[in-house]
Design a protein around this ligand. Structure first.
Ligand code: PEP
Ligand code: MN
Length: 355
């Protein structure tokens, strides 16, 4: 099994799938068999201990689910992966021959927990995947990688699962692709896979996010699957059946390996994709900015205040000059850009005032 895991670790694209949570012995076995039948899944995932936001939700089946995974592995030959957050969980998972461990987003945020897991991994030879922290903080993610690496773990991979933000957005966790790209830039040798399930939180946009990740040259995907998604005990809205997973994987346009004479075009294409994604994010942020401006407009209307407030505008520009300077953006550009943004804001506020 160790050799198979090594082989899978190097395979591109690496596909990991399985239920958010192991629920029953039958569910684990049926999922494993159906995933294996697709011929497209390299490693089976299953949550055994679930870090839930609120108490009272299903908090995972616990250690008694580990033998179920062992049995599923025996029948299908698929290596298995489990999330660990404490030393005890690491020990239990290893005792039951779990092949790959992952550190969840709620653990990566906490250096105490990451250190505890890292200490438990000392002297162990097991691949570890590290999810990005819940909040958009690259340093925490890097810190977790460093702690695990210092414990002597040689095979470390990254999972991009998006970042939490306040309020309802299109995504359960905003992808903030630029952060994943920056993490890849800083760790060029490290595998990075994408977790569309936890980014989307819903089935209908999974494929779109998975395709984006592949376009951005991610090394693989981890996607939750369930034999009866609507009845899943956790994350029901985002899971798909093993068969639907296979269809999705079939419809993804996989990037070709760079062939010598195509290298230049492939590289250019990837960079253009990055530009497109960054532009998409800029537009989203601009949209949000206008919404805030509208709220201010409403406030001004209620209080009978003029729209244009020169002092405030000078303050905004000065801040932008200072920051822009550090980022290598010219004053000329900042001025043009902010003038355009300002005009658009005023138009939005005017609409509110005259409504
Ligand atoms: C999970 O993979 O089921 C999970 C809990 O993910 P995350 O840590 O990304 O929230
Ligand atoms: Mn989940």
């Amino acid at each position: 099994m160790k050799e198979l895991v090594q082989e899978k670790w190097k395979k591109r694209p690496l596909i990991i799938s399985g239920p958010c949570s192991a629920e029953t012995e039958e569910q684990v076995m049926e999922t494993a068999v159906r995933l294996n039948n697709t011929g497209k899944v390299d490693i089976m995932r299953a949550g055994i201990w679930k870090p839930r936001t609120r108490p009272g939700s299903f908090e995972g089946i616990g250690t008694k689910g580990l033998p179920w995974l062992q049995a599923a592995k025996k029948v299908t030959g698929m290596p298995v992966a489990v999330e660990v957050a404490t030393a005890k969980q690491v020990q239990d998972a290893l005792h039951f021959d779990v092949d790959v461990l992952w550190i969840g987003a709620r653990t990566t945020v906490n250096p105490f927990s990451v250190q505890e897991v890292a200490d438990a991994l000392r002297g162990v030879d097991v691949p570890v995947l590290i999810k990005n922290p819940i909040n958009p903080d690259l340093e925490l993610w890097i810190g977790a990688v460093e702690r695990v690496a210092k414990a002597g773990i040689k095979q470390i991979g990254l999972i991009h699962r998006g970042f939490s933000s306040y309020g309802n957005t299109e995504y359960r966790n905003a992808p903030m692709w630029h952060l994943a790209i920056e993490m890849k830039r800083r760790n060029p040798e490290m595998m990075m896979i994408n977790d569309p399930s936890h980014i989307c939180g819903r089935r209908d946009i999974l494929l779109d996010v998975a395709q984006k990740a592949i376009d951005l040259d991610f090394d693989g995907l981890i996607i939750e699957s369930h034999i009866d998604p609507d009845k899943a005990w956790s994350d029901a809205k985002q899971q798909v059946t093993p068969e639907r997973l296979a269809e999705m994987l079939d419809s993804i346009k996989w990037r070709k390996e760079d062939v010598a004479n195509e290298e230049y075009h492939a590289a250019l294409e990837k960079l253009r994709q990055q530009i497109n994604h960054l532009d998409d994010e800029l537009m989203q942020i601009l949209g949000q900015r206008m919404k805030v401006a509208e709220k201010i407009g409403q406030y001004k209307k209620d209080n009978n205040v003029a729209i244009l407030q020169t002092n405030r505008w000078n303050e905004i520009l000065q801040r932008a000059f200072d920051r822009g300077d550090k980022l290598g953006l010219s004053q000329e550009f900042i001025t043009k850009y902010f003038d355009a943004v300002h005009m658009e804001s005023i138009n939005h506020q005017n609409k509110i005032l005259n409504s």
